[in-house]
Design a protein around this ligand. Structure first.
Ligand code: TRP
Length: 339
C-alpha cells in the first residue's frame, strides 16, 4: 500500500483483557501498518480511547487496570512510542474543545441512526424496556467524540473493523458540514479502510473470539492457563485412524490461525490420512501459542512491573499529539468565531 505522507489513526477502547483474537485480528496488523507508515514519512497515531470506555465501564479501578494492560500490551507487541503517536485520549484535552464545536454542526438525526445507539435501543425493545433505558449521553453522542479523535489530526485514513465504518463516515460528514458552511476546507475529510482480519482465530467454542462469549484464549496468560484453554477445546470422538475433513474440525481452525504454515500443513495431512490424534494436535497448538507470544509476554510483564516508564511514554506521546491538534483547533476556532 502506498502510504506516502499519510496520517493514519486508530483508537482502541480499554474495555477487556487482551486475547489472541485481538492479537491476530487487530494488534499484529496495526503494528505492521504503523511500521509501514512511519517508513513512508507518514504519521501513525494510535491511542487509548479511555473517554469512550467510560460510557460503558464505570468501575474506575478496573478501567485503570485495563488501560495499563492495553498500553503494555501494545508496547510489548511492537508499537513504537517514539516514531508513532501513542497516548491516552484523556491526556489530550483539546479533543474535548473540538468535540463541543463539532456538536454544533452535527444533526441530531446522525446520532439517532448510529449503529451502536440503535443496537442498544433494539436490545431494550427486545427486553420490553423503554427505548432509552440505561443509555447515557456519552453512548448517544459517541460518534462526535470519535469524529474529534479523527478530525483533530487532519487524518487521511482510519483502519477499522466493519462495525466502525459508519462512525468514520459520520466524522467525514461532520467535517463536510463545517467546510460547506464556511465555503472552504477547515477540517480534512477522512476515509476508512476495513481490516476484516477480525475472525482469523475462532473462539474456544467455534464462535467469534469475544469476552462476552467467554471463549477467549487470553494473550498474556501463563503457560498453565494457556494449556487449560487449549485442553478445553471440544473435539469429537472419531477413531484416531479415521480420515477426517480438517475444515470441519474446530481444533484445526484455531491452529490454522495461530501456527506457522508448515505445522498447519503437517496437521492437515495427518487429519486427512488419519493417525494424528487430537491430543497431539493440542500440544502443537499450545506450542505455537507459546512460540508466538512467549517473548512478548516477558516484555509485557516487564512493562507492567515498571509502569512508571510506560506512563512517561504515554505522557510524552500526549504532548506530541497536542502539538498536532493545536493548529487544527485554532484554525477551526478562527473560522467559527471569525477571529
Ligand atoms: N469506537 C472505536 C471502537 O470501539 C474506538 C475508537 C474511538 C476509534 N475513537 C476512534 C477508532 C477513532 C478509530 C478512530 O473500536
Amino acid at each position: 500500500m502506498n502510504l506516502q505522507g499519510q496520517t493514519i489513526l486508530t483508537g482502541i477502547k480499554p474495555t477487556g483483557t487482551l486475547h489472541f483474537g485481538n492479537y491476530f485480528g487487530a494488534i499484529k496488523p496495526a503494528v505492521a501498518l504503523g511500521e509501514q507508515v512511519n517508513h513512508q514519512g507518514g504519521k501513525h497515531i494510535m491511542f487509548i480511547a479511555d473517554y469512550h470506555a467510560i460510557n460503558a465501564l464505570k468501575d474506575a479501578p478496573l478501567l485503570k487496570q485495563l488501560t495499563r494492560e492495553l498500553a503494555c500490551g501494545y508496547l510489548a507487541c511492537g508499537v513504537n512510542p517514539t516514531e508513532s503517536y501513542f497516548y491516552k485520549q484523556s491526556d489530550v484535552p483539546e479533543l474535548l474543545e473540538l468535540t463541543t464545536i463539532l456538536m454544533a454542526y452535527t444533526p441530531k438525526g446522525f446520532m439517532n441512526k448510529a449503529h451502536a445507539y440503535k443496537a442498544a435501543v433494539d436490545r431494550n425493545i427486545a427486553k420490553g424496556e423503554p427505548n432509552d433505558a440505561g443509555i447515557n449521553m456519552g453512548l448517544y453522542t459517541y460518534p462526535v467524540l470519535m469524529a474529534a479523535d479523527i478530525l483533530a489530526y487532519d487524518t487521511d485514513l482510519v483502519p477499522v473493523g466493519k462495525d466502525q465504518v459508519q462512525h468514520v463516515e459520520i466524522a467525514a460528514d461532520i467535517a463536510g458540514a463545517i467546510n460547506a458552511h464556511f465555503g472552504k476546507q477547515i477540517l480534512k475529510q477522512p476515509k476508512y479502510f476495513t481490516t476484516e482480519a477480525t475472525e482469523v482465530v475462532p473462539g474456544l467454542d467455534g464462535r467469534k473470539m469475544s469476552k462476552s462469549y467467554n471463549n477467549v484464549i487470553p494473550l498474556f496468560a501463563d503457560d498453565a492457563t494457556l494449556k487449560k484453554a487449549v485442553m478445553s477445546i471440544k473435539t469429537d470422538c472419531q477413531d484416531i485412524n479415521a480420515p477426517k475433513n480438517p475444515d470441519e474440525i474446530l481444533l484445526y481452525q484455531i491452529l490454522k490461525g495461530v501456527a506457522p504454515a508448515d505445522t498447519v500443513a503437517e496437521v492437515r495431512e495427518g487429519l486427512e490420512k488419519g493417525g494424528l490424534g487430537y491430543g497431539t494436535i493440542k500440544k502443537m497448538l499450545l506450542q505455537a501459542l507459546i512460540d508466538e507470544i512467549g517473548e512478548k509476554r516477558e516484555k509485557y510483564n516487564d512493562y507492567l512491573a515498571h509502569f512508571d516508564t510506560v506512563e512517561d511514554m504515554l505522557r510524552a506521546g500526549a504532548e506530541k499529539a497536542r502539538a498536532l491538534v493545536k493548529p487544527v483547533l485554532e484554525r477551526t476556532k478562527d473560522a467559527i468565531f471569525a477571529r
